[in-house]
Structure formats: structure tokens, C-alpha cells
Write a protein that binds this ligand. Structure first.
Ligand SMILES: *Cc1c(COP(=O)(O)O)cnc(C)c1O
Length: 338
């Protein structure tokens, strides 16, 4: 099977497993896990931010960040397709008691003018706008990347209005590679950043939340409340440290593979349009709402993928997809009878 459902399906290879086996661990609730302390320090330094916190998932890092930035009754501004709204099980309401202002963005990306208009006036009828959340790359936007200049504009609107600015960077490294940007650029712009190691970086588990020292202190308490205090989790942190050192630059390969497959899809009679491919995600539209049927047909050809809408199919490239598999996918879709 060639599994293009998600970049979460990767399994740790021998070198990553060896790094995990060698981890020096301790009780992280006591802050005594050297491998976790090392990863947190490494991430904070990489982004030029004060502190970092290792967590079990990207949902957890996002939800902790939202909880730390808001009070019940506050409002969070984000794109209507944002993961924090679409895929975190109503966590903004459940964990933070906050309301959400959803903006119709361009493939998952909101702009500064939209944000400015969405900020509520100081009026007792309105929830106080408190936080802007953006996602880079955008998952439902098909791996689209923000223009950094636009992010700077959003930042200055946040500053002018006393709002915090959070980045859901589950696939931030994909954006950095494509746009030739640096983690430090992002560290300087956001109040908090969430990055994931179990997406395209190939780890079994793990996300990191970044922010100021005092923000991360608060976040550590919220993580405990959510049951997220882990003990000898350094075995997992060691995988993340390994991934930072070995699996970032290679993301360019996934992006190349995505472009090659997208080009082939563009010539297939069953494809209506292929959304622009910027990173490791391909979303294409099928004719007459046939996405589900196409996914079934592709499964018979030993290609696994997802229908993300009645007329939309998603392919995701990742660490475990080789050049040979990419060639096989192209051959199979070109000869597909559908
Ligand atoms: C996957 C993902 C997350 C976090 O998901 P978990 O499964 O909880 O790790 C957050 N944001 C985006 C954009 C994602 O794609």
C-alpha cells in the first residue's frame, strides 16, 4: 500500500529508534528529564523565544495556548478552516469557554484587513476580542503558506488592539523550507507558536509550545490540568531532537514529489482542477462529486488517500514515500479507468 492519507502515518526508522533508545530520561513532572529539557532548550533557541514546553499533541499545544491567552467569554479570531476550530472537538469552547469569530480566508489564510474588521468595539453587547490564531501551512488550505509581509501586518494590528497572536505551526517547517524563511523570523512575530513532530518530521508523538518564560510557566500548569504531565517521556523527546537534526531539510523532497504528482493529476480526465501545490499536500477536485468513489478505486490500486469533501480528494506526501512510490502513483493514476 502507498499511504497518502496523511503525513501522520510515518513510522520511526532505525536511526530515530536508536536515538530514542539512547535517551537519558527522568521524571519530567519534576523537570528532571534531560532529553526533554534538551529538546525544549533547543526549540526555544531555534526560534529565539524564551521557553518551550513538550506536549503530547498539536491539539494539546494549541488548546493550552488558547487557554493561556484568553478568559471565558473572550473571542478568538481565526480562519473558518482552521484546525483549532474544525478538528479540535470544540476545544475552544470546552477548555477556554471562549467564542470564535470565523473569517472566510483564501485557502486557509486570513489577511490583516479582515482581522481589523473582525475586532469588536468596546461594547457590552460584544465578546472582547482577545486572540488571533493563524495556521501555517494551512491544512484545509492544501498546504498553502502565508506571505510573511501579511503576517507582519496582522501582528501590528494585534499590537494596536491589545490582542495576542498565536501560530498553529503543525507544518511550519514545510512553510520555512518552501519560502526560505527562518524559525527566528516567526519567533520574533508571535506570542506563542505550536510545532508538531508527528506530522512531516516523522516522529511517533510530540509537539512543542513556545512563548515567554511566564507564558510557558502558565502553560505547564494548564498541561497538568489537562492530564498532560508526562514522566520519562524523554524517549519521545529524543525522537523530536533527532527529527530536528535530520528530517527538516528533506521536506524539499516531499514538496518536489507533490508537484510531480500534481502535474500528472492535471492531465487526468477524472480531475476537474488541482489546487495550487505549495508544500506536501495536494488537493484536487473531481467531477460530479465522485471523490469517495475515486478513493475506493484508488484503494484497489493500492493507493490510500482521503476524500476531504464530496468533490475533493487529498494526497499528502511524507518521509515514508519514496521516489519509486511516487513513480508508481503517477503510473497508476495515468492508467486509471475512472
Ligand atoms: C495535525 C494538526 C494539528 C494537531 O493535531 P494532533 O493530531 O493533535 O497532533 C494542529 N494543527 C494543524 C494545522 C494540524 O494539521
Amino acid at each position: 500500500m502507498i499511504d497518502l492519507r496523511s503525513d501522520t502515518v510515518t513510522r520511526p526508522g532505525p536511526a530515530m529508534l536508536e536515538a530514542m533508545m539512547q535517551a537519558n530520561t527522568g521524571d519530567d513532572v519534576f523537570r528532571e528529564d534531560p532529553a526533554i529539557n534538551e529538546l525544549e532548550a533547543k526549540c526555544a533557541a531555534l526560534f529565539g523565544m524564551e521557553a518551550a514546553l513538550f506536549c503530547s499533541s498539536g491539539t494539546q499545544t494549541n488548546q493550552i495556548a488558547i487557554k493561556c491567552h484568553t478568559q471565558p467569554g473572550d473571542e478568538v479570531i481565526c480562519d473558518a478552516d482552521a484546525h483549532v476550530y474544525q478538528y479540535e472537538a470544540g476545544g475552544i469552547a470546552f477548555n477556554s469557554g471562549a467564542s470564535v469569530r470565523l473569517l472566510p480566508g483564501d485557502r486557509g489564510r486570513i489577511n490583516a484587513a479582515q482581522v481589523e474588521q473582525a475586532i469588536n468595539p468596546d461594547d457590552i453587547h460584544k465578546p472582547p476580542s482577545r486572540l488571533v490564531c493563524i495556521e501555517n501551512t494551512s491544512n484545509r488550505g492544501g498546504g498553502s503558506c502565508y506571505d510573511f509581509e501579511e503576517l507582519k501586518k496582522i501582528r501590528s494590528i494585534c499590537e494596536k488592539n491589545g490582542l495576542s497572536f498565536h501560530l498553529d505551526g503543525a507544518r511550519l517547517f514545510n512553510a520555512l523550507i518552501t519560502k526560505n524563511e527562518t524559525p527566528a523570523q516567526y519567533g520574533a512575530l508571535f506570542d506563542s507558536i505550536s510545532i508538531c513532530f508527528s506530522k512531516s518530521l516523522g516522529c511517533p508523538v510530540g509537539s512543542v509550545l513556545l512563548g515567554t518564560q511566564s507564558f510557558i510557566e502558565k502553560a505547564r500548569r494548564v498541561r497538568k490540568i489537562l492530564g498532560g504531565g508526562m514522566r520519562q517521556a524523554g524517549f519521545l523527546a529524543a525522537a523530536a531532537t533527532y527529527a530536528l537534526e535530520h528530517n527538516v531539510a528533506r521536506l524539499a523532497e516531499d514538496h518536489l514529489h507533490a508537484k510531480q504528482i500534481a502535474a500528472a493529476l492535471g492531465n487526468c480526465p477524472f480531475v476537474q482542477t488541482v489546487l495550487p501545490v505549495e508544500t506536501n499536500i495536494i488537493i484536487f477536485e473531481t467531477k460530479n462529486n465522485t471523490a469517495k468513489k475515486l478513493v475506493e478505486q484508488l484503494k484497489k490500486e493500492e493507493i490510500l488517500c482521503h476524500a476531504v469533501a464530496p468533490d475533493r480528494v487529498r494526497f499528502v506526501l511524507h518521509l515514508d514515500i519514496t521516489e519509486t512510490m511516487v513513480a508508481a502513483v503517477i503510473r497508476k493514476i495515468q492508467s486509471l479507468q475512472f
